[in-house]
Design a protein around this ligand. Structure first.
Ligand code: LLP
Length: 386
């Protein structure tokens, strides 16, 4: 929902572009901070969701850590003032160069995903005369009930270490002089809206902790990853996810051992609702079975519908006419370049301003320059003169 000042501002910019409501981001961060503080939980922001520097610098002021998945994300986090001792680094394929960047920056923890990775980190740390803090990323085999492309914690996924490897890992750690085990890490998938999935994760973590306890190991922290979903259908009614119930669930079902910290890595739930992709209607075209609204934004600016058949709410900001049904498509030469079929919109015409909502997470970061398109700019609510 936007007022006329915002509309005029947006309408005066060259489209397409990403628009971020920083007031909403601010309120979302306040809510997380308040709810997490009740249990002294530590929240890291998953930079992969949105690495825009303006977004990062606002998030950083709330004291969140950073969850990174590449050497460049670590650099971006440091450039935007996330303290190195609050940076965690996950990923199944960390290159030697990236491991060096992380060691040189003295990050808090590597979330390790395999035995050979631990061996390589130990070797590189030894050559630098450093100790690497690590957490084991464990594949808990819990089904996240989400799109199969964004589920990560079941046996068939490439992510994490499997329980049958634990004995071998403990032996390896005994002989790895430059590795210090400080945590257990889990992340089972993204856009999880069924909270009972997180309950299953907690119960599974309790079992896994018992195994480690039987082997005289209590780590300093448990990291339960991210994955908390947002309501793509109701961005105005539910702009801020229910963090109260989310954190309360972990408090109820996860058995932490004495002095153990609980860490989270939230991406989408923090930034998802604050972003919109703003685009203009180029043409309205009558097809055989349907009418097309052809936008100047495409899968190059927002890949999610083409890649995951993801739903994003589409609004015509310029018209209050009676609604008609359109297939809303982009200009890219791919049939999957479609934002929605039979979308009911106030009658569209050339140059109408169209908002594609809830694009703050995995929108701008997944942009490409396919068809040699330019990467779209971003604009921010804080810059609108009220
Ligand atoms: N931690 C790890 C280890 C992750 O792999 C991810 C996301 C997160 C945290 C943050 O998850 P979130 O809270 O944002 O769900 N491109 C896809 C989503 C891919 C998620 C990848 N990993 C999409 O557009 O839906």
């Amino acid at each position: 929902m936007i007022n006329s000042t915002t509309y005029n501002y947006l309408n005066s910019q060259e489209t397409p572009f990403y628009y971020y409501d920083l007031e909403l981001l601010n309120s979302t961060l306040k809510s997380i901070k308040e709810e997490a503080a009740q249990y002294n939980y530590h929240v890291h922001y998953a930079i992969k969701a949105n690495a825009n520097p303006r977004i990062l610098s606002l998030i950083q002021t709330f004291g969140l850590g950073a969850d990174c998945v590449s050497g460049n994300e670590i650099k971006r986090a440091l450039e935007n003032d996330f303290p190195a001792n609050k940076i965690v680094y996950a990923g199944v394929g960390k290159s030697d160069k990236e491991i060096e960047i992380a060691l040189d920056a003295h990050i808090f923890c590597f979330n390790c995903e395999s035995i050979p990775e631990i061996e390589v980190i130990d070797e590189i740390a030894k050559s630098k005369n450093k100790i690497a803090n690590i957490a084991l990323r464990i594949n808990p085999n819990v089904n996240a009930n989400t799109h199969h492309y964004i589920t990560t914690g079941i046996a068939e996924n490439k992510f994490g270490i499997n329980p049958w490897e634990f004995e071998e890992i403990l032996q390896l750690l005994e002989n790895s002089e430059n590795i210090n085990l400080i945590g257990l890490h889990f992340h089972i998938g993204s856009q999880i809206v069924d909270l009972s999935v997180f309950k299953s994760l907690c119960l599974r973590i309790n079992e896994i902790q018992d195994w480690f306890l039987d082997h005289q190991i209590i780590v300093d922290h448990i990291n339960v990853g991210g994955g908390f979903g947002i309501n793509y259908h109701k961005p105005d009614e539910e702009p801020i996810p229910d963090f109260k119930n989310y954190f309360a669930l972990f408090n109820e079902f996860l058995s932490l051992k004495a002095n153990q910290e609980l860490h989270f890595e939230l991406g989408r739930s923090i930034v998802g609702q604050c972003g919109s992709l703003i685009s203009r209607v180029l043409y309205v075209k009558n097809g055989i079975n349907t009418n097309f609204t052809i936008l100047d934004a495409g899968m190059t600016e927002l890949l999610r519908p083409a890649l995951y058949q993801a739903y994003h709410k589409i609004e015509n900001l310029s018209s209050k006419d009676l609604p008609e049904n359109y297939d809303v498509v982009g200009p890219i030469c791919e049939s999957s370049d479609c934002f929605g079929k039979a979308v009911s919109l106030p009658k569209t015409k050339r140059n109408d301003l169209i908002a594609i909502r809830s694009t703050g997470a995995y929108g701008e970061v997944m942009a490409s320059n396919y068809n040699l398109r330019l990467i779209a700019k971003s604009f921010f609510s804080y810059d609108i003169k009220k």
